[in-house]
Design a protein around this ligand. Structure first.
Ligand code: PLP
Ligand code: SF4
Length: 357
């Protein structure tokens, strides 16, 4: 469609804005501060196979090598020896009717519009697309939009990636215009990590542009309370003030956020900056991420701890994405202790038993 072919003015715009986004990226381990005491030789070995990426903003938040933010983006030598797990544990490729679309549920579809991110999370599910830095082509986008157009059962489109907000504003607007021109697409959603890793990218004009496409929801990837800086708060404020409903997604990560107090603080703070905690994800079992894996028992006990201590508004659902494309299931602590006709016994947040009715 004509909308995807770029006008001259847009090309210029794309260049300048893309420059801002890509300018601050760091890929070479040897430019990391000496104060972090990193083993550069090891780091480089890993980064050659599984490229490192962070930016000057995220680096500025990192205090030491075992900082919870550092562990998310700085390669670990263990990644090279951990060969367990597939590249695509959720069988996304098998559920992809055209490149870039994952059509797992009848009425909603995940649409990969960018393979780029501001940082490379070492635990990323989509490393296979993201870490090689390949751009999504115009042709792919066109084919994906044609598929959505031809499938009237799709009424929600989730822009994902990579990170959709790594695209220039004008490109995002084109995509949203095209999707909005499809009558059966009722709800739009964007999944992004930009507000937590590159908050300056969120401008008033971007927020106002997005707000023209309501109903549009934005889910932000936040893993640790230290990511909620004044700059990140400001990014969320711009989006919320433009009228965009914000949610969060958190990946449960060993040694990073698998502690009661860390999660409490994260979800409390998110609610305070008008971001509703949506999902807490059990890590998908993608290769070279076993060192981040938290047991199901631990995950459940963390959720149990939050219940009763935090506002219900601040508690996300614990989700497991089933292997082989089975989809997501919500996991909740066993609240039903006994089921008898007309009488169920429940355990409350304090562990006390109550029968109902
Ligand atoms: C996670 C996911 C969705 C969205 O699921 P929600 O539960 O609606 O947030 C849609 N499609 C795919 C392929 C997904 O992995
Ligand atoms: S922001 Fe998301 S898609 Fe990008 S590297 Fe991190 S986990 Fe992967």
């Amino acid at each position: 469609m004509a909308i995807l072919s770029r006008s001259d003015s847009m090309c210029n715009f794309q260049k300048t804005e893309a420059a801002d986004i890509y300018q601050n990226l760091i890929h070479q381990p040897d430019v990391l501060p000496a104060g972090l005491n990193l083993n550069l030789e090891e780091l480089s070995k890993v980064a050659k196979r599984l490229p490192m990426r962070l930016n000057t903003y995220f680096l500025s938040l990192i205090q030491s090598a075992d900082d919870p933010l550092a562990k998310q983006v700085i390669p670990d030598i263990i990644e090279l020896t951990d060969c367990r797990g597939p590249d695509d544990p959720l069988k996304e490729q098998a559920q992809s009717p055209v490149p870039g679309l994952i059509h797992r549920y009848p009425a909603r579809v995940a649409f990969t519009v960018s393979n780029q991110c501001a940082v490379h999370c070492r635990f990323c599910l989509r490393k296979r697309n993201v870490f090689d830095g390949k751009q999504v082509s115009d042709k792919e986008l066109e084919l994906a939009i044609a598929y959505i157009r031809n499938h009237p059962q799709i009424n929600e489109v989730i822009l994902t990636g990579g990170d959709p907000l790594m695209l220039p504003d004008a490109r995002i607007k084109q995509l949203l215009l095209q999707l909005r021109s499809i009558k059966h697409v009722l709800v739009l959603r964007i999944h992004t990590r930009i507000p937590s890793v590159f908050p300056e990218r969120i401008t008033k004009s971007l927020a106002h542009m997005l707000a023209k496409f309501h109903p549009l929801y934005l889910n932000i990837h936040f893993n640790h309370p230290n990511e909620i800086t004044p700059a990140a708060e400001n990014a969320c404020r711009l989006l919320a003030e433009a009228g965009i409903a914000l949610g969060s997604q958190t990946v449960l990560l060993k040694g990073i956020n698998d502690q009661e107090q860390v999660l409490c603080k994260l979800f409390e703070k998110l609610l305070q900056i008008r971001v509703k905690p949506y999902y807490l994800h059990q890590l998908d079992r993608v290769r070279a991420t076993a060192h981040f894996q938290v047991s199901m028992e631990k995950a459940l006990s963390l959720i149990t701890y939050l219940r009763g201590r935090l506002s219900g508004m601040a508690i996300p659902q614990l989700m497991v994405d089933l292997p082989a494309g089975g989809g997501k299931v919500a996991v909740s602590p066993e609240s039903v202790v006994e089921k008898q006709p007309g009488r169920w016994v429940f355990r409350n947040w304090q562990g006390k038993l109550f029968s109902y009715p």
